[in-house]
Design a binder for this molecule. Sequence first.
Ligand SMILES: Cc1cc2nc3c(=O)[nH]c(=O)nc-3n(C[C@H](O)[C@H](O)[C@H](O)COP(=O)(O)OP(=O)(O)OC[C@H]3O[C@@H](n4cnc5c(N)ncnc54)[C@H](O)[C@@H]3O)c2cc1C
Ligand code: FES
Length: 343
Amino acid sequence: MNDFTVQIHGAEDGESFRQREGHRSLLRSALHAGVGFPYECHSGGCGSCRFELLEGEVDVLWPQAPGLTDRDRRRNRYLACQCVARSDIRIKVTATAPYRPKVPPRVFRARFVEASQVTHDITEFRFVGEGPAEFLPGQYALMQLPGVEGARAYSMSNTPNPQGEWHFQIRRVLTGKGSTYLMEHLRPGDSLEVDGPYGLAFLRTESPRDIVCVAGGSGLAPVVSIARGAAEAGMLDSRQLHFFYGGRAPRDICGDHFLRRLPGYSERIQYYPIVSLPEEGSDSVWKGEIGFVHELVRRTLAGRLKDLEFYFAGPPPMSQALQEMLMVEYQVPFEQIHFDRFF
Ligand SMILES: Cc1cc2nc3c(=O)[nH]c(=O)nc-3n(C[C@H](O)[C@H](O)[C@H](O)COP(=O)(O)OP(=O)(O)OC[C@H]3O[C@@H](n4cnc5c(N)ncnc54)[C@H](O)[C@@H]3O)c2cc1C
Ligand code: FES
């Protein structure tokens, strides 16, 4: 692959950038160049990075990516996270400053050090990368895994640090290629290509509001990072943090273990677990809340929702239910709601 120029028609933020040799997607080239190209998942699922090709040619990396419809394809639209330029190109997309990376992403090698079990299907993986680990709490990185097509996005569960430590809490997906590679084939000492940080659902330290973290399934890591980041930044001296975790069954419940180590636990930090199937996979009787996590948020915080800062991560149905409840039913201002959908 050679370097190619990408011209953006009608751009508000960055009129052109170079797709450099070795960059794995047009989107990564744009963000590495500091251009505010719209995106969310980097995984071909959300469609946020869609653009129209006006001139030139691109190679599509994952033709079946669900983030594009057939209509999009007929209209010469592509996903920037799933294509690379094959010539100089001209494209139409609305690039805007909020998408410009706050911490410049970089590609580096990270060495796998150790893993520990969080639940029956979530494992924490600890890596050490070259140089300091610079990211904002709540962000994610892209991993290139041997024998796996495309990158996989994983959120950091720790906070930025000079030692270069990157911690990820990864849920096993039964037929999943990336998570199976990590759980079954990765050995201490192995190193992987990592690219990041990315993501817009990062901790807003300037917000004066109390914080609500909501996670379901594999969404644990970014909200643990948000809670840790808020504690480290001294935000919890003057704010409350409400942490909700929704699982399918009692054995899925997690998160409390990490919060207990933070100063202010139980005074300034409250933890609320809920399961939707209390009898599944467990011999003991679940005595806690039953239902969906967004309903528990409503029951616990109704009346105050408009005054809070929300961070959430998890499966698309959970994110969808929370968005509808907060934005449509309770008209919580959009600027107070931060999430990256997991695909
Ligand atoms: C922003 C974000 C943050 C995430 N953070 C976490 C986290 O902290 N912990 C966690 O457990 N999971 C996280 N995920 C989910 C994670 O990225 C994977 O989707 C999940 O681990 C399943 O991957 P898999 O390879 O095991 O499954 P698979 O079914 O093999 O792959 C599913 C994923 O790979 C993508 N994909 C599939 N085929 C291709 C292809 N040919 N080319 C390119 N992409 C392809 C899909 O869009 C999907 O994201 C996150 C996802 C996103 C978008
Ligand atoms: S960012 Fe490309 S489809 Fe989500």
